[in-house]
Design a protein around this ligand. Structure first.
Ligand code: SF4
Length: 362
């Protein structure tokens, strides 16, 4: 198959669903750990196609959602420095910090600009040599190589007014933390885009240590359903393994060049995830030789982070312990126009996915 329509073919979907129904002889819970999967699972109504024995739950796969309050506080504090431009992806603008958001600080006069890539931020720095340009570097293995390229490029052209505040994260430590936190799942639907960079090998440890099947999935309905079918087959044969469903994009070894550049620039350290707390060796920080591009090292700002108690249960949702409909604020006080928590802000957030595709927004 080559084209999108073929991955949405109703006859193929019906056949696959019939096979899934036959295989699902008892309750199973599968977690998807990619915001893109969460969105498409809701958009295409995948849960309504599955037998009641199969439950899909969302994990910490939305990069904006897992960016913790202290990072937003740090970024908004940096935005108050003189002669400073903050460059950020658009989704981060409305994520709440303790007292404010980047969007509110921009409205109040801070120079905060939305960019589409780390290289746009680098360009902003070259065009504004008298200003310090700080890039809000968030995202998983998918965006981290791009940030690493920007840092290497800044070094190559001797750019002294560019820096990043890194909250880049890597996925496997969070997947381990979820299982260790006693969230009961029978298999992982693993992220497609992250795996194009990292490959499938990084899930082997999870599979081995926890006896959990891991299937790397594409994003179309047939991809997701086939991944569920592959997990069910593994369970039937009591043979948990790492498999690639998304073969048209993912290789077991991933993208070696991107991984090499990422490892050259970053090192994994312990760090905070919204809802999951501190996870060992899960956040990518710049190596000491690149500290001149590290906003954390270059600028001293103070901020006071408190987790606001507004009834938001994003943390529990990101762990897969609760669903948006368990939140008292869902679709009432909290909606995409007026988001209370990060899971409603982001285009890949679980709360926004439920809101958009369960008729609440119509
Ligand atoms: Fe938080 Fe809003 Fe989701 Fe409730 S619906 S968990 S308040 S983001």
């Amino acid at each position: 198959m080559k084209y999108i329509d073929e991955y949405r073919n109703p006859e193929h979907i019906e056949r696959l669903c019939a096979s899934i129904r036959k295989m699902a002889q008892k309750p199973y819970v599968f977690m998807e750990v990619c915001g893109g999967h969460t969105m498409n699972i809701q958009k295409f109504g995948i849960p309504s196609l599955l037998p009641s024995e199969i439950k899909l739950i969302s994990g910490p796969g939305c990069p904006v959602c897992v960016t913790d309050t202290s990072y937003i506080d740090h970024m908004t504090a940096l935005s108050q420095l003189d002669n400073t431009i903050i460059c950020t992806y658009g989704d981060l603008m409305r994520v709440p910090g303790t007292y404010t958001t980047l969007e509110k600080e921009k409205a109040a006069g801070a120079d905060i600009r939305v960019v589409l890539s780390s290289l746009d931020a680098l360009k902003t720095a070259t065009e504004n040599p008298k200003k310090n340009v700080i890039f809000a570097a968030i995202g998983f293995e998918t965006t981290a190589p791009g940030t690493a390229v920007a840092v290497l490029e800044a070094e190559k052209i001797h750019l002294s007014n560019f820096s990043i505040l890194s909250a880049h994260k890597i996925m496997p430590p969070a997947m381990k933390a979820i299982v260790e936190d006693d969230v009961k799942i029978n298999g992982y639907i693993c992220p497609g885009h992250v795996s194009t960079i990292s490959g499938s090998e990084m899930y082997e440890e999870i599979c081995r240590d926890f006896g959990l099947g891991c299937v790397i999935s594409g994003f179309e309905p047939l991809d997701i359903l086939q991944s569920i079918y592959m997990l069910l087959l593994q369970l039937k044969h009591v043979d948990p393994k790492v498999e690639i469903q998304y073969k048209r994009a993912v290789k077991p070894w991933g993208n070696r060049k991107a991984k090499r550049i990422m490892n050259q620039v970053f090192v994994a350290e312990d760090g905070n995830w919204r809802g999951l707390g501190s996870i060992k060796k899960s956040v990518l920080k710049l190596r000491p030789q690149f500290y001149k591009y590290d906003a954390e090292q270059q600028f001293s700002v103070s901020f006071n982070t408190k987790e606001p108690d507004k009834g938001c249960i994003c943390g529990e949702i990101l762990k897969g312990k609760k669903s948006p409909s368990d939140c008292n604020l869902f679709a009432h006080k909290c909606n995409p126009e007026n988001p209370v928590g990060a899971c409603m802000v982001s285009n890949e957030g679980t709360c926004q996915a439920y809101f958009k595709y369960h008729q609440y927004g119509r």
